[in-house]
Ligand binder design. Sequence first.
Ligand code: HEC
Ligand code: HEC
Ligand code: HEC
Length: 463
Amino acid sequence: MKKKILILIALLICGFVAFGLINLVVEVPTSDSYASLTTDTPAMKQAKAIIGAKCQMCHSKDPGRPFYAKLPGASAAIGKHVEEGTQIADLQQLLENKGADEVLLAKLEQSIKLDTMPIIPFIALHWNSKPTNSEKQAILTWIHEVRAQKYSTGLASAEFANHPVQPLPDAWPGGVDEQKVKLGNLLYHDVRLSKDDTISCASCHDLKKGGTDQAQFSTGVRDQLGGINAPTSLNAMFNVLQFWDGRAKDLADQAGGPPLNPIEMDTTWEQVIGKLSTDTELTALYEKVFSTNQWNDKNITDAIAEFERTLITPNSALDKHLKGDKDALTEAEQMGFALFTEHSCATCHAGKAMGGQSFEKPIDPKAYYAFRGIKPGEAEFGRVNATKNEADRYKLKVPLLRNIAVTGPYLHDGNITDLKEIVPIMNDHFVPKLNRKPLSKEDIDKIVAMLMKNSGLLNGEQI
Ligand code: HEC
Ligand code: HEC
Ligand code: HEC
């Protein structure tokens, strides 16, 4: 009996060791694991192999971590790195060949440029874990390749061709249906979309006020006040998803929300359609566009979305600077843009609209909201409201910095009017600790001066 137990224990130990050895042998995925992805370009393959070998273990939920990471003690320390690392940059989507969004590319680029990765305690234990110079170059080459193929508007000068912030195009890339835009424009400004004919989309997204209402919270029907700041409708077509928590997948989906929202417009489609159907002129235009005189909510929101695709604001002074006009920004403003890049602001406020591409949370939500004097509620919970995924708690859609001079008051709670207050808040609470460098008062002034030059033209008129 005793003998049997001993044999069993011995077998268990052997199994344990063997399992451990296997884990050590297959410690990190090699480039071969990804070689099957036939769509990869050579640069992408190389970058993925490096990321798979040197970064993935702390930056994805299923990272093929070494065996010792699962031992008590080690796992607590590594688990913390994995949790933090994955929260701040989930590299799994790269490795699964789902492609990279502009923000992930910008974050990766910044970590390579600032040479922050891997974190120092890890390098101390794993002397060869730091990417070599040629490996860093390979990752940067791949980032630039993806950016050029997927995200460039082709308008930047050579100096900014690889910058995470790109100039806005002059028009919606796919073109728009002019008649539908005309109908959408009328509906966007039509108060019959509200119960008591007092509120239109434009009440809260006034095109003369940068696509906002320039109020902390919006006023809906019966003077009811909302609980979150209205983002701009200008350039909203470039958002990956709509709303602070991303609960609407596109503009049409979004436009279906406010009419039924009890605080905003508080009506029903039946009521709206009842009113619009009696308008013969509008119905004639509707019929021209949709080949039917039967109104429905799908077509109404479709037309509004088409109109919103014309709310694009190209050619701000900053855009001209990006396009190579050396006189568009003053020297201080140019330095402001360089500081914006250097201080990692462009990692989240990336893309042509300078935001709207990802959902981000403060580095330490508790500290952020304590500092802001806000007790976190539904508005602050953000993305988790839509996804029910706990990892998304406190993540908010990154606001667009286009036309920021006129879209205040700022932040989701609309509680700050001065951009000079926002910049240090961003540096202290959103820029990752390892990237963070102090910003002097002069630096802040320069960044704000640049942001103030970020208003473009709407239908040819300066905002
Ligand atoms: C031992 C775990 C570990 C390894 C290995 C590691 N990271 Fe990280 N990474 C972290 C942690 C922890 C953070 C959060 C640091 C902070 O709080 O600023 C982080 C943050 C980041 C960020 C976001 C911050 C930024 O710089 O914008 C990026 C991007 C990143 N890592 C990329 C990489 C790349 C690329 C590699 C491989 C060369 C890598 N990491 C390897 C743990 C790791
Ligand atoms: C009573 C004020 C009010 C009215 C009316 C209103 N909105 Fe909004 N809008 C808001 C607020 C507040 C938000 C943010 C809500 C949130 O994220 O939870 C918002 C969000 C949006 C967004 C998302 C922008 C982004 O960056 O995520 C778009 C686009 C938009 N509204 C367009 C419209 C359209 C089109 C209409 C008319 C059908 C409309 N809104 C009616 C207040 C209003
Ligand atoms: C990790 C992502 C991230 C980084 C890095 C970041 N931001 Fe932000 N930014 C956000 C988010 C998210 C918000 C919204 C926060 C809120 O509403 O509480 C925001 C809000 C803002 C706003 C207010 C916009 C508005 O319309 O309300 C400005 C201005 C701004 N950021 C500028 C900056 C500057 C300047 C930097 C660099 C010092 C920076 N951000 C770095 C994610 C980021």
